[in-house]
Design a protein. Sequence first.
Length: 147
Amino acid sequence: TSLLILNGPNLNLLGTRQPEVYGRTTLADVRAICEAEARDHGMTIAFEQSNHEGALIDLIHAARGTHAGIVLNAGAYTHTSVALMDAISSASVPLVEVHLSNIHAREAFRHRSFIAPVALGQICGFGATGYALAIRALAAHLAHEPG
Ligand code: DQA
């Protein structure tokens, strides 16, 4: 079983970007955490990052039939992108929304998520650990809803 771990805009800068908000963990560290967690559940991952909305949409479309689930940190597109929301609905691959920071404790414009209504659930505020929690949640979901 394979999962797609998908990261949106500016997450390539993780570790150096606003460390007071996002910590010192790099995207390479996040990838290693995801690989270890997936392995614990007998799964593999594809790990992607793009700063481009259309590229993220293409990857979500391509996940259908390729990946059993998606972990998505859509970055700021979370709060703006009807197109990403529609892509998730169209692909109908189970998806868990992740944010490193607690978006509900931040500016009001970060409280709204276009991803949340089409996600199994949302995990935020736990840094890179949130990705591992999301993989665990997908593993449990897939065990109950195979195929
Ligand atoms: C983020 C939260 C978003 O509001 C922000 O635009 C990001 C990162 C997070 O992981 O905490 O780019 O998705």
